[in-house]
Design a protein around this ligand. Sequence first.
Ligand code: KIV
Ligand code: NA
Length: 270
Amino acid sequence: MPTVRELQSMAGTEPITMLTAYDAPTAEIVDEADVDMILVGDSVGNTSLGYETTLPVTVDDVAARVGAVSRATDEALVVADMPFLSFGVDEADSLENAGRMLKEEGAAAVKLECGPHTVELTETMAQLGIPVMAHLGLTPQHVNRYGGYPRQGTDQEAAERMLELAVAHEEAGAFSLVLEHVPSNLAAEITEALEIPTIGIGAGPDCDGQVLVVDDAVGLSDWSPSFSKQFGNVREEMSSAVEGYVEAVESGEFPAEEHSHEERDLDDLY
Ligand code: KIV
Ligand code: NA
């Protein structure tokens, strides 16, 4: 798998790809397509757990999926997203929660939704051997502060603050930075200012890499943001398979002879 060092050397030379995954079969598909990094996002709350926001997602929710994804991944670097309030409240808890993703679940790094409060924590984690992917711009765990999911860094003051925070996290030892839903020219400026790779989502073409939620990319979600793109239509494919199953059972077409076993002596079973 690419190490965090190799990813850093890719910055500016070849585009870095990242997709989310939340289960083993999806991780296998993503890994076999040579995606560089797999993010086990707290977006699992929206994609898989039926929540409206990422706020209810727990460390256990993410940890179980990090384990599944790590076991199914040979090449890609697996990044565990730290859920709302699992970091940044108490340092010891933050380190225990993040450490668990590496020690017990096989992640190679964690991602933190960042602000001024995560600079020191990023430094401590990096020093302890927990590589940190920083995340700035639209950080969905702040939905209640934003009152929605608006684009970030749209005025000069906010843009400058974001650039300063990006530099501060790089200096603290972050190995990369996700920029979500920010103007392309701001993302380009931050990418230019940093050595570490920037990974954009809704941040234009000038980041060092791109990330999408896999359900959006393959067309499994029933809704996806305008900055996302569907590269397939898995939802339609699954619907038609499920409808096909229902029809076949109802019509008696399934199971047919080839799906059935000869009658045998029950004693053979034991
Ligand atoms: O949880 C997630 O999927 C994310 C990406 C969109 C960056 O944080
Ligand atoms: Na996330």
